[in-house]
Design a protein around this ligand. Structure first.
Ligand SMILES: [Zn+2]
Length: 219
């Protein structure tokens, strides 16, 4: 199991790690494998160890570059940004810890906070006991926890079809006191039909966040 995306925004945008970062990570894995196959104390092992160290440095650089690009973009495009603080959720101590740490979430959040202060944007971290995946982001009904493999469900109360990550992102934004248009959070409109004049006017998720406010969640 891993986290499907690096970040998911309340407007439905899902952000993956860029190719240059994935490539650096792939290379790191490869040289680590090679190192483990070298005999202890051998000359080749020493060389392999240097290659691993270099690959590590390259991954760190690529990750920093990605975090910088993304935080700059999010801060530029939004007046307010809210994030879910995974550390206080205790996620760092669960079996998801590895993916959370690999994703460098806290480093990214720090960068986001720094950029927000620099450009005069509102930055909110919401944390403890906010049940972001238990509450329908459209009608507010709390229908309890869902196992992690459940990525999409239909709200029993209002019929909205909810994407786990986007629903959480909308709830993060709401908990932070930011206004979000709930209709954009749904995978598709639920059982409540849109008025005729509105049909087909729901904006499609865009490759970049263009709304003024973004809630971000990685769960
Ligand atoms: Zn609902």
């Amino acid at each position: 199991m891993g986290l499907g995306h690096f970040a998911v925004l309340s407007d439905g945008t899902k952000i993956d790690s860029p190719r240059f970062l994935r490539r650096a990570e792939k290379r790191l894995k490869k040289v680590q494998r090679e190192l483990s196959r070298k005999a202890k104390g051998s000359k080749n092992r020493g060389k392999a160890r240097i290659r691993v160290a270099r690959a590590h440095a390259r991954v760190a650089d690529a990750r920093r570059e990605f975090h910088h690009q993304l935080s700059t973009r999010l801060i530029r495009d939004n007046q307010a940004v809210a994030v879910e603080d995974l550390a206080v959720k205790g996620l760092a101590r669960t079996r998801l810890a590895k993916s959370v740490h690999d994703a460098g979430w806290s480093a990214f959040v720090n960068m986001l906070e720094y950029e927000a202060a620099r450009y005069g944007r509102t930055f909110v971290k919401i944390g403890r006991f906010e049940p972001t995946s238990q509450v329908c982001s459209r009608c507010g009904v709390k229908d309890g926890p869902k196992p992690l493999h459940v990525r999409v469900w239909t709200c029993g109360a209002c019929g909205a079809v909810l994407d786990r990550d986007v629903n959480a992102a909308v709830n993060v934004a709401k908990a932070a006191g930011l206004a979000v248009s709930a209709c954009r959070a749904q995978v598709r409109p639920g059982l409540v039909p849109a008025p005729r004049s509105e049909a087909g006017t729901h904006p499609k998720p865009k490759p970049v966040a263009t709304g003024r406010q973004a809630g971000i969640s990685v769960l």
